[in-house]
Structures are given as structure tokens and as C-alpha cells.
Write a protein that binds this ligand. Structure first.
Ligand code: SAM
Length: 264
């Protein structure tokens, strides 16, 4: 596979859109900004004009050389050649913002890795495939609502910012993009007694989307209650599908199951 495809190198060519993305990130002069995948530097240039410091992390050595040449004279520029899928974001600083047009092949993995450093991150303004953003912002009952929606909304406030047509890139990709702003929360939106159990249940609930919860959650069926012919946990009818449950519903079920597992 060509490097361009392998590393998702579709470069933004619409300057006004680049400015809109950077504007939406509300960068201030003392901000430390991490940009993942600066590419040819279209966002980097605008970030350097506004931020206290910009750390750009690029995997491709052939892009690093021209970036160093173009921005090497900016005293607030630091380029790191590295892989965002392995990089220790703790090195960046104690508090930073992220602004990135993420490579599609790795975007959700990179986001999940960034969330592990959530206490250091003020905001993540990122461009992703439109379908991924649809999932990140989806509410219960929508067909895009998935375990990824629950994971992201558990950890972050999410706001959809912009729609980006595929013609804004070179080469033109097959899909449209959207920009989203994620703000990691100091504390999750719902109280969960054991995150491992919570996410295990969320994952299982969405495993077969058309199946009812009582089937997807079979592993825990010995904790189900059967009253007046309704199979439920904490009053949540398990004839429902996972896609109809809110974060609070998942928390109720998982807190109950965790307690039951601890005491059995
Ligand atoms: N920021 C540029 C723009 O908006 O035009 C380029 C965005 S392009 C979609 C993705 C960039 O991420 C490319 O420069 C690519 O080389 C880089 N990249 C791909 N995989 C990466 C990884 N694992 N770690 C760091 N950078 C990566």
C-alpha cells in the first residue's frame, strides 16, 4: 500500500475552512497545543500564529523535513517524529489543547488513547470521518448510537462543530468529514462503581444490535429478576435493545451487577 493511503494523507486545501477549524478551538496566546499529523502544515501555520507553543507529532519522516524547514524559525514550534498510536502524551505538558485533522485509519484509536490523558487535556478539536462523528454525538434511540458513543460521552462533553466536504482535501477522499470538539470531564457524567464492569456490559449490550438485552447480557442472567413476566434489572426491562439505554441506565445495571458479583 502506498504511504499516502497507509497514513491517511489527505491534506486540507481549503484555507478558509482551516481558519474556521482553528477559530473554533479558541486558542489563546498562552496555550500549549498538540497537533497530531501536521502533514503539510496548513493548520500548524495558523496555530503557531495564535498559541504559546505548538507541539506537532508527525509519523512520516518525509513530511518532517519540510515542516522543520518551514517552521523551524518559529520559537514556539516543536516537531516530534513519532507515532500517535504509541506516543506518551504525558510528555506534552500538564495542560494542553489538541487540534488535529486525524488520519482516518487510526482516528478512534488515537482518540481513545488521548482520553487516557484526559485530566491534562482542556479540549480536543478534531476532524474525523463524518460517520464516526455521527456515532460520537449519537443519543439513545438513534441508529448511530453504539458502545463508542457511550464511551466518549461518559468521558467527555461533545459538540459537533463543522461539516467538511471531501472536496476540501487533496487527494479527494471517498468520504466526507466533520469537526467535533471534545472536552474531557473532571468526573464522568454518571456514577459508576466499577468502570470495568460498566464497559463490559456496554460492550456486550451492543454486540448484536438487533438482539434484546436479555440475550446480549446472558453472561449475567443469574442476576436478572423476573417479576410479573417482565425480565429486568433495577426496573430496566431487558426486552429492550441496548441502543435504547441512556448512560444512567447502563450505570444502574452495571452498579447492580457489580454489587451482586461482589456479594455472591
Ligand atoms: N494536518 C494536515 C492537514 O490538515 O492537511 C494533514 C492531515 S492528514 C489527514 C493526517 C496526517 O497524520 C498525515 O500528515 C499523516 O502522515 C499523519 N499520521 C498518520 N498516522 C499517524 C500516526 N500514527 N501518528 C502521527 N501522525 C500520523
Amino acid at each position: 500500500m502506498k504511504k499516502r493511503q497507509k497514513w491517511g494523507q489527505n491534506f486540507l486545501i481549503d484555507e478558509s475552512l482551516s481558519a474556521e477549524i482553528v477559530d473554533s478551538a479558541e486558542i489563546e496566546e498562552d496555550d500549549l497545543v498538540l497537533e497530531i499529523g501536521p502533514g503539510a502544515g496548513v493548520l500548524t501555520q495558523l496555530l503557531l500564529e495564535r498559541a504559546g507553543k505548538v507541539v506537532a507529532l508527525e509519523i512520516d519522516p518525509d513530511l518532517c523535513r519540510p515542516l522543520e524547514k518551514k517552521f523551524g524559525e518559529f520559537s514556539n514550534f516543536q516537531l516530534i517524529q513519532g507515532d500517535a498510536l504509541k506516543f506518551d502524551f504525558g510528555q506534552i505538558g500538564s495542560r494542553f489543547k489538541t487540534v488535529s485533522n486525524l488520519p482516518y485509519y487510526a482516528a478512534t484509536h488515537i482518540l481513545k488513547r488521548l482520553i487516557r490523558y484526559g485530566s491534562r487535556i482542556e479540549s480536543m478539536t478534531v476532524m474525523l470521518q463524518k460517520e464516526v462523528v455521527d456515532r460520537l454525538v449519537a443519543e439513545p434511540g438513534k441508529k448511530e448510537y453504539s458502545s463508542l458513543s457511550v464511551f466518549i460521552q461518559y468521558h467527555c462533553d461533545v459538540e459537533r462543530i463543522l461539516e467538511v466536504p471531501k472536496t476540501s482535501f487533496s487527494p479527494v477522499p471517498k468520504i466526507d468529514s466533520s469537526v467535533i470538539c471534545l472536552k474531557p470531564l473532571e468526573a464522568p457524567k454518571v456514577q459508576v462503581s466499577d468502570e470495568k464492569t460498566f464497559f463490559k456490559i456496554v460492550h456486550a449490550a451492543f454486540l448484536h444490535k438487533r438482539k434484546m438485552l436479555k440475550n446480549n447480557l446472558k453472561e449475567w442472567e443469574h442476576f436478572f429478576k423476573n417479576e410479573k413476566e417482565v425480565i429486568h434489572v433495577e426496573g430496566i426491562d431487558l426486552n429492550r435493545r441496548g441502543e435504547t439505554l441512556s448512560l444512567s441506565d447502563f450505570a444502574l445495571i452495571s452498579n447492580y451487577i457489580h454489587k451482586a458479583e461482589e456479594t455472591q
